[in-house]
Write a protein that binds this ligand. Structure first.
Ligand code: NIG
Ligand code: FE
Length: 411
């Protein structure tokens, strides 16, 4: 069945020819059509244009979008939405003066979430995670990546990944699963990191692969967690099974993890709050998409990824939420886009490009998502009546979304 959306105030991110990556200067341009129409057939975008070029075809349904903007849904390429319980106690501890690292060193942080997750049944974990998925879809997320990494043992990691698989089966939006193989050192291995990594590679990874539970591999490459050498060890093993890497790197310190990302053709290098000139240079001309997570910087009061410096030096940049219980208990891509503009000095055009086209690349969805292009999936946002697209980041904290379509179906 064909549906036509008419009188669109402005149709955003229109790309007649598909584009995979926008970098440097290219990020400044956001192509739009004012006073537009859009036609979808079943789950696919089949046509669009200016209202004066509308054809008098037969449509099963007509939506009048007068005063509203239509755009592709957000792609959120970095989340941890499968988790158990919350860490609001640690949030208060941080307000009272403890740092994120101090809390982790006392056995809180990721270990705290791992304990909760291990004690939670698979069904309970599924329903807690499903609530989060539904709420971010209502906020305009139309493609999402979800990581494991709070299991910290074989049974619990597989439980997390099976929950992701069940979400994939039950929801229409594309979901990519990442095996976050080395996130923190479990207490039982605290004096023998190598033994833990060996268990991850020789025991857990083959089980994940056998049941086809992961699309990507991830490691938390950071001082006090896992070194670049540890990261290389894990991603080399995963590469033998065809898993591409998406790596947590440069969140608190720069320890040459980016070298590992680029030399292994990682799909993305995520966080990047602390970047040296050398790190920025290393990313140039590579296949690795830099991904910034401004809600994490906001929540932890840590530096923001130096987006201006990176984009001005010619790099691409994607934006994602990092939705997780410890560093970012929020999956709102609208807030991410606002914060990127307000705190990272990205223009609305750059931020929207980063949260759609570049974000689709960071989860291998360039062919089907991230832009208004004929043949792509009809995953769309219809805003409320707003003055223009810059109003989206400007009116931070406001919900400007009226309708969300996934595969042509309204939520
Ligand atoms: O991406 N930095 C590593 N992992 C998560 C947070 C982990 C946690 O505190 O639960 C992140 O920020
Ligand atoms: Fe993360």
């Amino acid at each position: 069945m064909k549906t036509i959306i008419i009188n669109i105030k402005e149709l955003i991110q229109v790309r007649d020819n598909n584009i995979e990556i926008l970098k440097g200067e290219e990020m400044k341009t956001l192509p739009t059509i004012k006073n537009a129409f859009l036609v979808i057939e079943d789950d696919i975008i089949v046509d669009y244009g200016s209202m004066d070029k509308i054809s008098d075809d037969k449509y099963g349904k007509t939506i009048n979008a007068e005063g509203r903007i239509v755009m592709p849904t957000w792609c959120d390429s970095h989340t941890h939405i499968v988790y158990a319980g919350n860490r609001e106690g640690e949030f208060v501890d941080r307000i009272n003066g403890l740092s994120y690292q101090e809390i982790a060193n006392r056995g809180g942080g990721i270990l705290n979430s791992a304990k909760k997750l291990q004690e939670t049944s698979e069904d309970d974990l599924y329903s807690q995670s499903e609530q989060r998925l539904k709420s971010v879809m209502k906020l305009g997320t139309g493609a999402i990546e979800i990581k494991s990494g709070y299991g910290l043992n074989k049974e619990a990691e597989l439980k997390m990944l099976r929950v992701i698989k069940r979400l994939k089966e039950n929801y229409d939006l594309p979901i990519k699963a990442t095996f976050l193989a080395a996130h923190a050192l479990p207490t039982e291995y605290k004096d023998d990191k190598q033994a833990y990594l060996k268990d991850v590679v020789d025991n857990i990874l083959p089980a994940v692969v056998k049941d086809n539970l992961a699309d990507y591999i991830d490691v938390f490459c950071e001082t006090g967690y896992f070194s670049p050498e540890d990261t290389q060890y894990v991603i080399s093993a995963a590469a033998k099974h065809g898993l591409k890497a998406k790596i947590h790197v440069n969140q608190f310190t720069s320890i040459k993890g980016i070298d590992i990302c680029v030399s292994n053709n990682a799909l993305s290098a995520d966080h990047l709050e602390v970047m040296t000139e050398e790190d920025i240079d290393k990313l140039k001309g590579t296949k690795t998409m830099p991904v910034a997570l401004p809600s994490c910087s906001y929540f932890l009061s840590i530096p923001y990824t130096p987006a201006r410096k990176m984009i001005d030096s010619g790099l691409p940049l994607a934006l994602a939420t990092d939705y997780n219980p410890g560093s970012t208990p929020s999956g709102n891509m609208n807030f991410v886009v606002s914060t990127a503009c307000i705190k990272m000095k990205m223009t609305p055009e750059e931020a929207i490009n980063a949260a759609t086209i570049n974000a689709a690349y960071a989860m291998d969805l360039s062919e089907s998502h991230g832009s208004i292009t004929r043949g792509k999936k009809a995953n769309l946002i219809i805003t409320k009546v707003i003055p223009g697209y810059a109003y989206l980041p400007y009116s931070f904290g406001e919900n400007n979304i009226e309708k969300v379509f996934i595969n042509g179906k309204e939520l």
